[in-house]
Design a protein around this ligand. Structure first.
Ligand code: UD1
Length: 419
């Protein structure tokens, strides 16, 4: 039988948990290492499956990659290969972030397209149109996104939506383009700021990180650097929501609380006492949480990656919550699993209405993606009896030492079924 979790509900989470580097940052920083010949070191790497998968993608492109503890050392050759084939990229979508660096470094890139995703279609049209404005030709050919440029030059690019991935790919191509590039309506996520900082440490000239206008003066060459990944705000907030759902008292460390402004405000609305701390925050929930409305939006809005946790909170809150998903069309699919756990939830298009119940009811459930999986475990913590959460490889892709961390807070969880 494949591995699954057994989660037994009823315990209040208490104690302290340290989060590692952000998944959505580290993978892009590893890709950025392609931009400079020599050895780039990325520290505070989380111990998650996606990091060795990304290492394999980079090895396939001719890099030497060593992973040790929380550090990854990437040695990029003078002439990286430009073809990331299907075997390398099929396991995870984030590998598409090698596209921009390869176009910049090799003037051509062939990156196989990973398949569909349980949270909805994830087209690359904005990535491609941005690269085209920088002077590249880009098509989808034989299951790969292909981009080629004789000469990359600066351009004014206005994104129709502040896509995280498109902003990153265009940014990483523009740093080695001739002249000035301006990306308008750029994504403003803290992980973008982390990438801008690392690129600047490598000798790039990027300004405006964290605002919706990025300005990039192209340079001829970048140098390797050593860079520390920012803390994972999504993992941190997952523990914060878990504290609120279980009426617990949890101190989360290793993250900048300012990256979670709106999320922490929502927990306050649910009745939690939330205290910002130098290296994180603390959440104490004394009474049953109150219903809260959530609408997911690009940063600084409420993160779509926390929508399953928000649904978990709403499922046991006092009152009715309305949750609106504005980023990924199919992310509500996981609500079916929550209903299996006794949640009183209905969805209509991109809205969900959830009437809180005092306690959920344990059942076997299946994770469809990283965040849905984590949301189901949180629901299991407030269900009577023991919930089986299946397809937990998704959770391992994004949450380092998940079982150990949860147990450290007093949660009852066991990994079973490994062979
Ligand atoms: C990243 C994160 C993911 C997070 C998401 C939104 C990583 C590895 N993943 O994903 O965890 O949920 O940001 O915060 O960092 N879109 C297009 N055309 C494009 C690009 C995007 O239509 O060319 C659409 C997508 O289908 C989606 C929306 O834009 O509906 C947002 O996607 P985007 O911000 O690009 O997300 P990712 O970078 O894929």
């Amino acid at each position: 039988m494949s591995e699954h979790f057994l989660v037994t509900g009823g315990n209040r989470l208490e104690g302290e948990v340290l989060v590692g580097g952000a998944k959505n940052s580290v993978l892009k920083l590893m890709a950025a290492a392609l931009l400079a010949e020599g050895t780039t070191v990325v520290t505070n790497c989380p111990d998650i499956l996606d990091v060795p998968l990304m290492a394999d993608v980079l090895r396939g492109l001719g890099c030497e990659v060593e992973l040790e503890d929380s550090e990854v050392r990437i040695t990029t050759p003078a002439e990286p290969k430009y073809h990331a084939d299907f075997d390398a990229v099929k396991q995870f979508r984030a590998s598409v972030c090698v596209l921009g660096p390869l176009v910049a470094r090799c003037r051509r890139a062939v990156v196989a397209l990973p398949g569909g995703d349980a949270i909805g279609s994830r087209p690359l049209d904005m990535h491609q149109s941005g690269l085209r404005l920088l002077g590249a030709r880009s098509e989808i050919e034989h299951g790969c996104v292909v981009a080629e440029a004789d000469d990359l030059h600066g351009a004014n690019i206005r994104l129709v939506f502040p896509s995280v991935g498109a902003t990153e790919n265009i940014l990483m191509a523009a740093v080695l383009a001739r002249g000035e590039t301006v990306i308008d309506n750029a994504a403003r996520e803290p992980e973008i700021v982390d990438l801008c900082n690392m690129l600047n440490e490598m000798g790039a000239k990027v300004s405006g990180g964290g605002s919706s206008t990025l300005t990039i003066q192209g340079v001829r060459k970048l140098e390797p650097t050593t860079h520390r990944v920012i803390g994972d705000r999504i993992v941190a907030a997952t523990w914060g929501v878990a504290a609120s759902m279980t009426r617990g008292d949890v101190r989360v460390r290793g993250v900048n609380h300012k990256h979670l402004g709106l999320v922490l405000d929502k927990l306050r609305t649910a009745g939690a006492e939330v205290t910002p701390e130098v290296d994180g925050f603390r959440v104490i929930q004394r009474e049953r949480p109150k219903a809260v409305n959530f609408a997911t939006l690009p940063y600084p809005g409420f993160p779509t990656d926390l929508q399953p946790m928000a649904i978990g909170l709403a499922a046991v809150a006092e009152g009715t919550s309305m949750i609106t998903e504005n980023v990924f069309e199919s992310r509500f699919r996981f609500v079916e699993e929550m209903i299996r756990l006794g949640a009183d939830a209905r969805t209509d298009g991109h809205h969900a209405v959830i009437r809180g119940v005092p306690v959920l009811s344990s059942a076997p459930v299946w994770s469809s993606d990283i965040r849905a999986g984590a949301g189901l475990v949180l629901a299991g913590l407030v269900a009577d009896g023991t919930t089986e959460v299946h397809d937990i490889f998704h959770i391992d892709r994004g949450y380092p030492r998940f079982v150990e961390n949860l147990r450290g807070l007093g949660g009852v969880i066991e990994r079973v079924g490994s062979e």
